[in-house]
Design a protein around this ligand. Sequence first.
Ligand code: PB1
Length: 342
Amino acid sequence: MIHVQQDKNVKNRHLLHSSIFNTTLRNWHTLKTELSPNNLMYPVFIVEDDDIIQPIDSMPGVSRYGIKKLKDHLEPLVKKGLSSVLLFGVIDTLPKDEQGTHASSLENPIIRAVPKLRSWFPSLTIACDVCLCPYTSHGHCGILFADGTIDNNASIHRIAEIAVAYAQAGAHIVAPSDMMDGRIGKIKNNLDKHNMGHKTAVLSYTAKFASGFYGPFRDAAKSQPAFGDRKCYQLPPGSTGLALRAAARDVSEGADMLMVKPGLSYLDILKEIKQAYPEYPIFVYQVSGEYAMIHHAAKLRAVDFQTALSEILISFRRAGADVIISYFTPVILDWIQLKSKI
Ligand code: PB1
Protein backbone atom coordinates (compact mmCIF):
# COMPACT_ATOMS: atom_id res chain seq x y z
CA MET A 1 0.00 0.00 0.00
CA ILE A 2 1.45 3.33 -1.00
CA HIS A 3 1.58 5.76 1.92
CA VAL A 4 0.98 9.19 0.50
CA GLN A 5 2.97 11.69 2.54
CA GLN A 6 0.28 14.31 3.29
CA ASP A 7 1.58 17.62 2.01
CA LYS A 8 1.81 19.82 5.14
CA ASN A 9 0.76 22.83 3.03
CA VAL A 10 -2.40 21.02 1.92
CA LYS A 11 -3.13 20.23 5.60
CA ASN A 12 -2.62 23.91 6.54
CA ARG A 13 -5.04 25.04 3.83
CA HIS A 14 -7.79 22.97 5.45
CA LEU A 15 -7.38 24.51 8.92
CA LEU A 16 -10.38 26.88 9.20
CA HIS A 17 -10.35 27.69 12.92
CA SER A 18 -7.49 30.14 12.34
CA SER A 19 -9.87 32.19 10.17
CA ILE A 20 -12.76 32.47 12.59
CA PHE A 21 -11.48 32.64 16.16
CA ASN A 22 -12.59 36.24 16.76
CA THR A 23 -15.41 38.57 15.66
CA THR A 24 -13.30 40.69 13.31
CA LEU A 25 -11.96 37.64 11.48
CA ARG A 26 -15.48 36.21 11.20
CA ASN A 27 -16.84 39.53 9.93
CA TRP A 28 -14.23 39.69 7.18
CA HIS A 29 -15.68 36.47 5.78
CA THR A 30 -19.22 37.89 5.80
CA LEU A 31 -18.83 41.43 4.42
CA LYS A 32 -21.02 40.68 1.38
CA THR A 33 -23.97 39.73 3.61
CA GLU A 34 -23.99 42.89 5.70
CA LEU A 35 -27.17 44.98 5.82
CA SER A 36 -27.64 48.73 5.80
CA PRO A 37 -30.94 50.62 5.54
CA ASN A 38 -30.28 50.95 1.79
CA ASN A 39 -30.65 47.19 1.49
CA LEU A 40 -34.24 47.41 2.73
CA MET A 41 -37.58 48.36 1.13
CA TYR A 42 -40.62 48.57 3.42
CA PRO A 43 -44.02 47.44 2.05
CA VAL A 44 -46.96 49.39 3.46
CA PHE A 45 -50.75 49.22 3.00
CA ILE A 46 -52.68 52.45 2.55
CA VAL A 47 -56.47 52.69 3.03
CA GLU A 48 -59.02 55.33 1.97
CA ASP A 49 -59.75 56.72 5.45
CA ASP A 50 -56.81 59.01 6.31
CA ASP A 51 -57.39 58.81 10.06
CA ILE A 52 -57.39 55.09 10.81
CA ILE A 53 -54.97 52.26 11.58
CA GLN A 54 -56.25 48.74 10.89
CA PRO A 55 -54.14 45.90 12.39
CA ILE A 56 -54.01 42.93 10.01
CA ASP A 57 -54.94 39.71 11.81
CA SER A 58 -53.07 37.48 9.33
CA MET A 59 -49.88 39.54 9.75
CA PRO A 60 -49.45 40.29 13.48
CA GLY A 61 -47.57 43.57 13.93
CA VAL A 62 -48.49 44.83 10.45
CA SER A 63 -51.33 47.34 9.87
CA ARG A 64 -53.13 49.15 7.10
CA TYR A 65 -52.66 52.92 7.48
CA GLY A 66 -54.66 55.99 6.53
CA ILE A 67 -52.42 58.67 5.05
CA LYS A 68 -52.21 60.78 8.23
CA LYS A 69 -51.40 57.72 10.34
CA LEU A 70 -48.84 56.55 7.79
CA LYS A 71 -46.97 59.83 8.29
CA ASP A 72 -46.78 59.15 12.03
CA HIS A 73 -45.66 55.58 11.39
CA LEU A 74 -42.94 56.44 8.88
CA GLU A 75 -41.49 59.51 10.64
CA PRO A 76 -39.37 57.59 13.20
CA LEU A 77 -38.39 55.00 10.60
CA VAL A 78 -37.08 57.65 8.22
CA LYS A 79 -35.06 59.08 11.12
CA LYS A 80 -33.52 55.60 11.55
CA GLY A 81 -32.50 55.60 7.89
CA LEU A 82 -35.48 54.06 6.05
CA SER A 83 -34.70 54.82 2.42
CA SER A 84 -37.60 53.28 0.46
CA VAL A 85 -41.19 52.11 0.75
CA LEU A 86 -43.41 49.99 -1.51
CA LEU A 87 -47.02 51.20 -1.43
CA PHE A 88 -50.10 48.99 -1.76
CA GLY A 89 -53.57 50.55 -1.99
CA VAL A 90 -56.52 48.89 -0.24
CA ILE A 91 -60.04 50.10 -1.12
CA ASP A 92 -63.24 49.60 0.85
CA THR A 93 -65.85 52.16 -0.23
CA LEU A 94 -64.55 52.78 -3.76
CA PRO A 95 -66.24 50.24 -6.08
CA LYS A 96 -64.31 47.40 -7.70
CA ASP A 97 -65.06 46.66 -11.35
CA GLU A 98 -63.86 44.58 -14.32
CA GLN A 99 -61.27 47.17 -15.39
CA GLY A 100 -59.99 48.09 -11.93
CA THR A 101 -61.06 51.69 -12.56
CA HIS A 102 -60.04 52.91 -9.10
CA ALA A 103 -56.50 51.61 -9.47
CA SER A 104 -55.75 54.95 -11.16
CA SER A 105 -58.57 57.27 -10.10
CA LEU A 106 -57.85 60.49 -8.23
CA GLU A 107 -59.63 58.96 -5.20
CA ASN A 108 -57.13 56.08 -5.10
CA PRO A 109 -55.31 56.17 -1.70
CA ILE A 110 -51.92 55.66 -3.39
CA ILE A 111 -52.43 58.58 -5.77
CA ARG A 112 -53.50 60.75 -2.85
CA ALA A 113 -50.64 59.58 -0.62
CA VAL A 114 -47.63 59.88 -2.96
CA PRO A 115 -47.46 63.69 -3.26
CA LYS A 116 -47.89 64.02 0.51
CA LEU A 117 -45.17 61.46 1.24
CA ARG A 118 -42.88 63.22 -1.22
CA SER A 119 -43.30 66.52 0.65
CA TRP A 120 -43.12 65.03 4.16
CA PHE A 121 -40.11 62.79 3.45
CA PRO A 122 -37.97 64.25 0.62
CA SER A 123 -35.23 61.63 1.19
CA LEU A 124 -37.62 58.67 0.91
CA THR A 125 -37.75 56.75 -2.38
CA ILE A 126 -41.33 55.82 -3.14
CA ALA A 127 -42.23 52.72 -5.10
CA CYS A 128 -45.82 51.86 -6.00
CA ASP A 129 -47.02 48.34 -6.65
CA VAL A 130 -48.87 48.29 -9.98
CA CYS A 131 -51.58 45.66 -10.26
CA LEU A 132 -55.29 45.25 -10.79
CA CYS A 133 -56.12 42.60 -8.18
CA PRO A 134 -56.94 44.99 -5.29
CA TYR A 135 -59.28 46.95 -7.61
CA THR A 136 -61.03 44.37 -9.81
CA SER A 137 -64.37 42.75 -8.99
CA HIS A 138 -62.93 39.38 -10.06
CA GLY A 139 -59.72 39.82 -8.02
CA HIS A 140 -57.39 38.82 -10.84
CA CYS A 141 -54.24 40.77 -11.76
CA GLY A 142 -55.39 41.49 -15.31
CA ILE A 143 -58.40 42.17 -17.52
CA LEU A 144 -60.43 39.05 -18.39
CA PHE A 145 -62.12 37.81 -21.53
CA ALA A 146 -65.76 36.79 -21.21
CA ASP A 147 -64.64 33.19 -20.71
CA GLY A 148 -62.59 34.17 -17.64
CA THR A 149 -59.18 33.82 -19.28
CA ILE A 150 -56.62 36.62 -19.25
CA ASP A 151 -56.82 39.23 -22.01
CA ASN A 152 -53.10 39.96 -21.99
CA ASN A 153 -53.14 42.84 -24.47
CA ALA A 154 -55.92 44.70 -22.66
CA SER A 155 -54.20 43.95 -19.35
CA ILE A 156 -50.81 45.43 -20.25
CA HIS A 157 -52.51 48.49 -21.73
CA ARG A 158 -54.36 49.03 -18.45
CA ILE A 159 -51.28 48.28 -16.30
CA ALA A 160 -49.28 50.83 -18.31
CA GLU A 161 -52.02 53.43 -17.71
CA ILE A 162 -51.87 52.81 -13.96
CA ALA A 163 -48.07 53.00 -13.96
CA VAL A 164 -48.17 56.44 -15.62
CA ALA A 165 -50.83 57.64 -13.16
CA TYR A 166 -48.58 56.68 -10.21
CA ALA A 167 -45.54 58.26 -11.88
CA GLN A 168 -47.49 61.46 -12.48
CA ALA A 169 -48.52 61.44 -8.81
CA GLY A 170 -44.79 61.48 -7.98
CA ALA A 171 -43.73 57.84 -7.58
CA HIS A 172 -39.98 57.31 -8.12
CA ILE A 173 -40.54 53.64 -8.96
CA VAL A 174 -43.41 51.65 -10.44
CA ALA A 175 -43.38 47.93 -9.64
CA PRO A 176 -45.75 45.83 -11.78
CA SER A 177 -46.67 42.67 -9.83
CA ASP A 178 -49.29 41.55 -12.35
CA MET A 179 -47.04 39.11 -14.27
CA MET A 180 -48.64 39.86 -17.65
CA ASP A 181 -46.49 39.17 -20.72
CA GLY A 182 -44.88 42.30 -22.16
CA ARG A 183 -46.01 44.73 -19.47
CA ILE A 184 -42.47 46.07 -18.87
CA GLY A 185 -42.05 47.26 -22.45
CA LYS A 186 -45.57 48.70 -22.48
CA ILE A 187 -44.94 50.60 -19.23
CA LYS A 188 -41.58 51.93 -20.42
CA ASN A 189 -43.11 53.11 -23.70
CA ASN A 190 -46.05 54.72 -21.92
CA LEU A 191 -43.79 56.48 -19.40
CA ASP A 192 -41.70 57.80 -22.29
CA LYS A 193 -44.81 58.90 -24.18
CA HIS A 194 -45.83 60.96 -21.11
CA ASN A 195 -42.30 62.38 -20.61
CA MET A 196 -41.94 60.45 -17.36
CA GLY A 197 -39.42 57.85 -18.55
CA HIS A 198 -36.35 59.78 -17.36
CA LYS A 199 -37.57 60.09 -13.76
CA THR A 200 -39.49 56.87 -13.13
CA ALA A 201 -37.73 53.54 -12.56
CA VAL A 202 -39.39 50.20 -13.32
CA LEU A 203 -38.87 47.47 -10.72
CA SER A 204 -40.11 44.30 -12.36
CA TYR A 205 -41.57 41.46 -10.32
CA THR A 206 -39.62 39.27 -12.71
CA ALA A 207 -39.48 35.81 -11.18
CA LYS A 208 -42.73 35.73 -9.25
CA PHE A 209 -44.08 32.29 -8.48
CA ALA A 210 -47.57 30.94 -7.96
CA SER A 211 -46.82 30.51 -4.30
CA GLY A 212 -48.79 29.34 -1.27
CA PHE A 213 -47.07 32.08 0.75
CA TYR A 214 -49.33 34.97 -0.35
CA GLY A 215 -52.40 34.24 1.78
CA PRO A 216 -51.85 36.83 4.54
CA PHE A 217 -51.24 39.53 1.93
CA ARG A 218 -54.47 38.69 0.12
CA ASP A 219 -56.29 39.16 3.43
CA ALA A 220 -54.46 42.44 4.00
CA ALA A 221 -55.06 43.83 0.50
CA LYS A 222 -58.50 42.22 0.09
CA SER A 223 -57.21 40.84 -3.21
CA GLN A 224 -58.27 37.20 -3.21
CA PRO A 225 -59.20 35.99 -6.74
CA ALA A 226 -63.01 35.55 -6.92
CA PHE A 227 -62.52 32.29 -8.79
CA GLY A 228 -59.70 30.06 -9.92
CA ASP A 229 -56.09 30.93 -9.14
CA ARG A 230 -53.12 32.80 -10.60
CA LYS A 231 -51.28 29.79 -11.97
CA CYS A 232 -51.83 30.87 -15.58
CA TYR A 233 -49.84 34.04 -15.08
CA GLN A 234 -47.54 33.43 -12.08
CA LEU A 235 -44.61 31.05 -12.60
CA PRO A 236 -44.83 27.38 -11.58
CA PRO A 237 -42.70 26.85 -8.43
CA GLY A 238 -40.61 24.17 -10.11
CA SER A 239 -39.45 26.16 -13.12
CA THR A 240 -36.00 27.73 -13.18
CA GLY A 241 -36.16 28.02 -16.97
CA LEU A 242 -39.25 30.20 -16.97
CA ALA A 243 -37.70 32.43 -14.29
CA LEU A 244 -34.59 32.94 -16.41
CA ARG A 245 -36.72 33.53 -19.53
CA ALA A 246 -38.80 36.11 -17.61
CA ALA A 247 -35.63 37.87 -16.50
CA ALA A 248 -34.22 37.90 -20.04
CA ARG A 249 -37.54 39.26 -21.33
CA ASP A 250 -37.82 42.03 -18.70
CA VAL A 251 -34.18 43.07 -19.20
CA SER A 252 -34.72 43.25 -22.95
CA GLU A 253 -37.87 45.35 -22.44
CA GLY A 254 -36.01 47.88 -20.28
CA ALA A 255 -36.58 46.96 -16.63
CA ASP A 256 -34.34 49.00 -14.36
CA MET A 257 -34.34 46.47 -11.48
CA LEU A 258 -35.42 42.84 -11.14
CA MET A 259 -37.16 40.96 -8.33
CA VAL A 260 -37.50 37.37 -7.14
CA LYS A 261 -40.58 36.51 -5.08
CA PRO A 262 -41.11 34.77 -2.68
CA GLY A 263 -37.68 34.65 -1.07
CA LEU A 264 -36.74 31.78 1.22
CA SER A 265 -38.04 28.99 -1.02
CA TYR A 266 -36.45 30.54 -4.14
CA LEU A 267 -32.86 31.30 -3.09
CA ASP A 268 -31.54 29.22 -5.99
CA ILE A 269 -33.49 31.38 -8.45
CA LEU A 270 -32.21 34.52 -6.74
CA LYS A 271 -28.62 33.33 -7.08
CA GLU A 272 -29.01 32.35 -10.75
CA ILE A 273 -30.62 35.65 -11.70
CA LYS A 274 -28.00 37.70 -9.87
CA GLN A 275 -25.25 35.68 -11.56
CA ALA A 276 -26.92 36.15 -14.96
CA TYR A 277 -27.53 39.88 -14.50
CA PRO A 278 -24.86 41.19 -12.08
CA GLU A 279 -25.26 44.70 -13.50
CA TYR A 280 -28.85 44.96 -12.23
CA PRO A 281 -30.01 45.59 -8.65
CA ILE A 282 -31.82 42.40 -7.67
CA PHE A 283 -34.64 42.64 -5.12
CA VAL A 284 -36.03 39.75 -3.09
CA TYR A 285 -39.50 39.94 -1.56
CA GLN A 286 -39.91 38.29 1.85
CA VAL A 287 -43.64 37.79 1.38
CA SER A 288 -46.52 37.79 3.84
CA GLY A 289 -46.52 34.04 4.40
CA GLU A 290 -42.79 34.10 5.17
CA TYR A 291 -43.44 36.96 7.59
CA ALA A 292 -46.23 35.09 9.36
CA MET A 293 -44.24 31.83 9.45
CA ILE A 294 -41.27 33.47 11.20
CA HIS A 295 -43.53 35.46 13.53
CA HIS A 296 -45.49 32.43 14.72
CA ALA A 297 -42.46 30.12 14.96
CA ALA A 298 -40.76 32.67 17.21
CA LYS A 299 -43.93 33.23 19.24
CA LEU A 300 -44.08 29.48 19.86
CA ARG A 301 -40.38 29.61 20.81
CA ALA A 302 -39.56 27.13 18.06
CA VAL A 303 -36.82 29.54 17.03
CA ASP A 304 -35.21 32.65 18.49
CA PHE A 305 -36.71 35.58 16.52
CA GLN A 306 -33.58 37.69 15.94
CA THR A 307 -31.32 34.70 15.29
CA ALA A 308 -33.73 33.15 12.79
CA LEU A 309 -34.64 36.34 10.96
CA SER A 310 -31.00 37.46 10.81
CA GLU A 311 -30.02 34.08 9.33
CA ILE A 312 -32.72 34.40 6.66
CA LEU A 313 -31.68 37.96 5.80
CA ILE A 314 -28.07 36.80 5.51
CA SER A 315 -29.20 34.01 3.15
CA PHE A 316 -30.93 36.57 0.92
CA ARG A 317 -27.76 38.68 0.75
CA ARG A 318 -25.52 35.61 0.28
CA ALA A 319 -27.69 34.48 -2.62
CA GLY A 320 -27.20 37.88 -4.25
CA ALA A 321 -30.08 40.13 -3.13
CA ASP A 322 -29.13 43.79 -3.22
CA VAL A 323 -32.44 44.89 -1.67
CA ILE A 324 -34.78 42.95 0.63
CA ILE A 325 -38.47 43.85 0.64
CA SER A 326 -39.61 42.96 4.14
CA TYR A 327 -42.49 43.69 6.50
CA PHE A 328 -39.89 43.26 9.27
CA THR A 329 -38.11 46.44 8.11
CA PRO A 330 -38.94 48.48 11.26
CA VAL A 331 -37.31 45.97 13.61
CA ILE A 332 -34.36 45.40 11.25
CA LEU A 333 -33.71 49.15 11.24
CA ASP A 334 -33.56 49.01 15.05
CA TRP A 335 -31.04 46.16 14.91
CA ILE A 336 -28.90 48.04 12.40
CA GLN A 337 -29.09 51.18 14.55
CA LEU A 338 -28.12 49.23 17.65
CA LYS A 339 -25.36 47.68 15.56
CA SER A 340 -26.59 44.25 16.60
CA LYS A 341 -25.18 41.49 14.43
CA ILE A 342 -27.46 40.97 11.47
O1 PB1 B 1 -46.48 39.73 0.77
C1 PB1 B 1 -47.04 39.13 -0.16
O2 PB1 B 1 -47.61 38.03 -0.03
C2 PB1 B 1 -47.02 39.79 -1.51
C3 PB1 B 1 -48.14 39.33 -2.43
C4 PB1 B 1 -48.01 39.98 -3.78
C5 PB1 B 1 -47.90 41.48 -3.71
N1 PB1 B 1 -47.09 41.97 -4.75
C6 PB1 B 1 -49.05 39.50 -4.75
C7 PB1 B 1 -49.24 38.05 -4.73
C8 PB1 B 1 -50.62 37.50 -4.98
O3 PB1 B 1 -51.54 37.86 -4.23
O4 PB1 B 1 -50.75 36.72 -5.92
C9 PB1 B 1 -50.06 40.44 -5.24
C10 PB1 B 1 -50.22 40.32 -6.74
N2 PB1 B 1 -50.53 41.50 -7.39
